[in-house]
Write a protein that binds this ligand. Structure first.
Ligand SMILES: [Zn+2]
Length: 308
C-alpha cells in the first residue's frame, strides 16, 4: 500500500468531474483487512484540503464482487494513530462529498451494553445518544443553518440495505439498537454503562457522533455497521488483564471472535451496496431543502460555509 500525500483543493476540476461513488469509512479493528495478499487493495491516498483542514487520505478500492468505492480510515491505515476524540470529522466528510460521494457507510467497533449481545455480533443501530462534548458538531459555526430533523438519525435506506446484506452473507447480527457515543479516550465506568442502559442504549462506542449529524448537514446518506468487540464495563464480571486490548474486558477468545467478524465486513458492505437502489427512498439528500428554498444557500454545498 502506498500513499500519495497530494492535496486535492476543494471544488477542483478533478473533484467536480469525479463520478458519484459510495464512500466507506473504516473504524478501528479493521487493520488486518488492509494487509496481505487477500487484503483490500488501496489506490494512492489523496488528502482533501477543506475549509476545516486536511482530511484523512481518500483511497479508491474494490469490494468483493467488483464494486468500486471511496475508502477512508478514521484512525489510520496501519493502526490506531488518530484517536476518536481527535478525528477531524468535518474535514473527512467534506472531502468525501467533494470527491463525489453521496452516501457513507461507516464501520464502528463497539462495546455491548445489552447483555444478550455476544462478541462478534453485527449491529445496525437505528438511533443514537450523543454524549460527546468536545467535538465540532456542525459545519455552520456562526451561521443560522443546520436545524434539521433527526427522527431517523441513520438513513433508513442504508439500514435496510445493511439488513439485507447481513442476511445474504449469513453472519450473526441484530437489526436495530441505540448507539451511545462517548468522548473517550478513557473507557466508561460501570455506573455510566448502567445509566446509558437505563436511557435505552444497547451498544457503546466513540466515533459515530458527530459523524452521523455532519453527514446529514451535507445531505449525505449515512449509516453505521457496528460489531461487538467486547462487553461494556460491568455487564459481565471480567478480571483486569493489563496484557490485553481493553485490559481484559474481552477474553482472548472474544478478541479473536471480533477479528473474525471484522474479516466479513467487506463482504457485508458489498452485499449491502448491491441491494441499494440509486433512487432510494429517503430524505437525507433533501435535508437542507428548506434553506435552499428560502434562498439562504445555493445548490453547491461548497458555498454553504465561509472559507477560513
Ligand atoms: Zn438516505
Amino acid at each position: 500500500m502506498t500513499r500519495r500525500r497530494r492535496a486535492v483543493p476543494p471544488g477542483s476540476a478533478g473533484a467536480r468531474r469525479a463520478a458519484p461513488l459510495p464512500a466507506v469509512i473504516l473504524g478501528s479493528g479493521i487493520w488486518h483487512l488492509l494487509r496481505g495478499r487477500r487484503g483490500l487493495r488501496l489506490s494512492r491516498g489523496e488528502i482533501g484540503e477543506t475549509p476545516f483542514g486536511p482530511s484523512r487520505p481518500i483511497f479508491s478500492t474494490v469490494l468483493p464482487g467488483g464494486r468500486r468505492v471511496l475508502l477512508m480510515t478514521r484512525h489510520g491505515e496501519a493502526g490506531y494513530d488518530v484517536g476518536a476524540w481527535s478525528v477531524n470529522y468535518r474535514a473527512n466528510l467534506w472531502a468525501l462529498k467533494d470527491r463525489g460521494a453521496d452516501l457513507v457507510l461507516s464501520t464502528s467497533a463497539c462495546g455491548g451494553i445489552d447483555p444478550r449481545l455476544s462478541v462478534g455480533t453485527f449491529v445496525v443501530p437505528h438511533d443514537l445518544l450523543d454524549k460527546t462534548t468536545r467535538r465540532a458538531k456542525t459545519f455552520f459555526e456562526g451561521a443560522g443553518l443546520g436545524i434539521v430533523r433527526h427522527g431517523q438519525p441513520f438513513c433508513p435506506a442504508l439500514r435496510a440495505a445493511l439488513a439485507e446484506g447481513l442476511a445474504a452473507v449469513g453472519v450473526r447480527h441484530r437489526l436495530g439498537g441505540v448507539y451511545v457515543c462517548t468522548d473517550g479516550p478513557r473507557l466508561e465506568t460501570p455506573a455510566e454503562i448502567c445509566s446509558y442502559a437505563r436511557e435505552g442504549a444497547t451498544i457503546v462506542g466513540m466515533t459515530v457522533a458527530p459523524e452521523f449529524a455532519l453527514s446529514r448537514e451535507l445531505e449525505l446518506c449515512y449509516a453505521t455497521l457496528s460489531w461487538v468487540v467486547n462487553l461494556a464495563e460491568g455487564v459481565v464480571p471480567r478480571p483486569y488483564r493489563p496484557d490485553l486490548l481493553f485490559e481484559g474486558m474481552a477474553t482472548e477468545e472474544e478478541l479473536a471472535e471480533g477479528d473474525r467478524a471484522a474479516a466479513r465486513l467487506p463482504e457485508v458492505l458489498a452485499a449491502a451496496l448491491d441491494r441499494l437502489s440509486s433512487d432510494r427512498a429517503c430524505d437525507c439528500r433533501r435535508a437542507m431543502e428548506h434553506y435552499k428554498q428560502r434562498g439562504d444557500i445555493g445548490e453547491d454545498f461548497r458555498t454553504w460555509v465561509k472559507r477560513t
